[in-house]
Design a protein around this ligand. Structure first.
Ligand code: SAH
Length: 442
C-alpha cells in the first residue's frame, strides 16, 4: 500500500489554503463541504498555522509552498501541495460523497486524472441512495447492539439487513417504511428474513439500456422470474448463481397463467427470497404489473417497481422518429393492438400512435383508423427489435406499411408508429450511427 487512507474530521476545525487562484479554490471547496473553516492567504507566515488541522497549497510561489511544507512537517500538521509530491505528507483523493458514506480514490499522485475516471465509474455503480442506508444503520445502531450483543450475530444480521428489503426501501427514499422494515427484521433477528419482490423493467433488449438500479438488483437477486421476450441481455448481467424461472410466452412455449405467476412471486418472497420479476421494456406498460402488485400487496409482501425503457421510446430513439413534435405531434397514444381490444377512437389529430402487439392485426388496425377518418397516406413505420443490434425498420404510409409489413417482418417484437410526427424523422444515417436495415416504401 502506497499511503494509508484515513478520514479527517474537519467540522469546526481550521483548514489552511495557501494560494488564491482557481486551483486553490478547487482544493478549498471539498474542505468547506467537510465542514472546515477555511483560512486563506497568498503568502506563508508561521502564525497562519495556529489551530490548523490540515493545510494545502496551490497557486503560490514555490518558496512559499516549501515554507508551508517545512513548517507543517515540523508541527505534525498533514499538508498537501498540488503537483509537488515531495512537499506532501497527505494526498487529497477524488471523493464520492454519499453522506454519511464517503469513498475516496487515490493513485498516490501517479495519475490524478485516472483517479477521477475511477471516481466516475464508482459513482455510476454506487446508488445515490446508499447514504440513506448508512443513515438508517446509524439510527438503529444502539438498538442493534442491545438486541444482538454478540458481535458475530450482529454482523450476520447487519449483513442481511443492509442488503435486504429495508435497505431497498431506504435507497428508494421511503424512510418510514424502511425503518419499519428494519425494526421488524430486528424483532425477528433469529428467524428467517422476509423476502421482497422488485418488478424490474429490462428495457427493449439491449444490455446497456438497462438502468443502473436494475443492474444492481439483478446482481443481488436470489431468484429471477423473467419473461422470455427481451430479457436475454439483462439476464446475462445477473448474478451467476441466481435461480432463473422463465414464465413469459414465445412461439412454442405457452406462458404461465398470470395468477400462477403472481402466486409464484408471493411464494418465493415468503420463503425469504429476494425476487426480481424481470419484464421487457417498462413493467407498467402492457406488462400485467397491476395484477402482480395486487397479489403482492394482498399477501403483505414488500415490493418496488423499477422503470425500464419502453419499446416506444427505444424505437423513437433508434429511428429518429420524434414521439412528440412542436407542430404536428401534441400527444402520444400507447395502445395495444391485441385482438381482444377495441380499436375505435384511436385516430386523433396531431397524435402519434405507438401500437404494441399490433403486427398480427395490422390490416384491421388500418381499417379501423381509416374508418375513424385517418388519411391512408399518413406516415407510418414498423420497427422490429427496436433499440437492439438486430433492429430493422419499415417506413411508408399507413396503407403501404399495412400491406407490406406481414411479409417483411422477421418474427421479432415489432412496434407500429403512425402519425404525422413519423414523417418528421431526421435520417440517422451518416451521423456516426450504425446503419439500420430500412425498407422505405415512400
Ligand atoms: N412492457 C413492454 C411491452 C410488453 S408487450 C414495454 O414497455 O416495451 C410486448 C410488445 O412490446 C411486443 O409485442 C412489441 O409490440 C413491443 N416491443 C417490445 N420490445 C420491443 C422492441 N425491442 N422493438 C419493438 N417492439 C417491441
Amino acid at each position: 500500500m502506497q499511503q494509508f487512507p484515513i478520514f479527517l474530521e474537519l467540522r469546526g476545525r481550521v483548514a489552511l489554503v495557501l494560494g488564491t487562484g482557481e486551483v486553490a479554490e478547487r482544493k478549498a471547496e471539498p474542505l468547506r463541504q467537510a465542514g472546515a473553516e477555511i483560512r486563506q492567504a497568498a503568502a506563508f507566515s508561521p502564525d497562519l498555522l495556529e489551530d490548523v488541522a490540515f493545510a494545502c497549497g496551490a497557486d503560490a510561489p514555490l518558496a512559499e509552498l516549501e515554507a508551508l511544507s517545512t513548517a507543517c512537517r515540523a508541527r505534525g500538521i498533514p499538508v498537501n501541495v498540488v503537483d509537488r509530491p515531495e512537499l506532501c505528507t497527505a494526498l487529497m483523493p477524488a471523493v464520492i460523497d454519499r453522506a454519511p458514506m464517503t469513498v475516496a480514490v487515490s493513485t498516490g499522485g501517479a495519475a490524478p486524472v485516472l483517479a477521477r475516471q475511477m471516481r466516475q465509474r464508482i459513482e455510476a455503480v454506487l446508488p445515490p441512495g446508499i447514504g440513506r442506508v448508512a443513515a438508517m444503520a446509524e439510527r438503529f445502531k444502539a438498538a442493534v447492539r442491545r438486541r444482538l450483543p454478540d458481535l458475530a450475530a450482529r454482523r450476520r444480521f447487519l449483513d442481511a439487513a443492509l442488503s435486504g428489503p429495508a435497505a431497498d426501501l431506504a435507497m428508494a427514499g421511503r424512510e418510514a417504511e424502511a425503518d419499519a422494515a428494519f425494526a421488524a427484521a430486528l424483532d425477528r433477528a433469529d428467524a428467517a428474513p422476509p423476502g421482497i419482490v422488485h418488478l424490474v423493467g429490462a428495457g427493449p433488449g439491449a444490455g446497456d439500456l438497462l438502468t443502473l438500479r436494475a443492474l444492481r438488483l439483478l446482481g443481488e437477486a436470489d431468484v429471477i422470474v423473467h419473461d422470455r421476450l427481451g430479457c436475454e441481455a439483462a439476464l446475462e448481467m445477473a448474478r451467476r448463481d441466481a435461480a432463473r424461472i422463465a414464465v413469459g410466452k414465445t412461439g412454442a412455449h405457452h406462458s404461465m397463467p398470470q395468477e400462477e405467476i403472481s402466486a409464484l412471486l408471493v411464494r418465493l418472497a415468503q420463503e425469504g427470497k429476494r425476487v426480481v420479476r424481470l419484464k421487457g421494456g417498462d413493467p407498467m406498460i402492457f406488462g400485467h404489473a397491476a395484477e402482480e402488485e395486487a397479489a403482492l400487496a394482498a399477501a403483505g409482501i414488500p415490493f418496488e417497481i423499477v422503470p425500464g425503457i419502453t419499446a416506444a421510446t427505444a424505437c423513437a430513439a433508434a429511428t429518429g422518429i420524434p414521439l412528440t413534435h412542436r407542430a404536428v405531434g401534441h400527444a402520444v397514444t400507447l395502445a395495444t393492438g391485441h385482438s381482444r381490444h377495441d380499436l375505435r377512437g384511436l385516430a386523433r389529430p396531431k397524435t402519434l400512435l405507438a401500437i404494441y402487439m399490433g403486427l398480427a392485426r395490422i390490416a384491421e388496425i388500418r381499417d379501423a383508423l381509416v374508418a375513424d377518418g385517418m388519411d391512408p397516406a399518413m406516415p407510418a413505420a414498423v420497427v422490429e427489435h427496436g433499440g437492439t443490434p438486430q433492429q430493422r425498420v419499415l417506413r411508408g404510409t399507413l396503407e403501404s406499411v399495412a400491406a407490406e409489413a406481414p411479409g417483411w417482418a422477421g418474427g421479432g417484437p415489432t412496434l407500429l408508429l403512425i402519425g404525422e410526427a413519423v414523417g418528421q424523422a431526421v435520417p440517422l444515417a451518416g451521423r456516426g450511427v450504425p446503419p439500420t436495415p430500412t425498407a422505405d416504401l415512400t
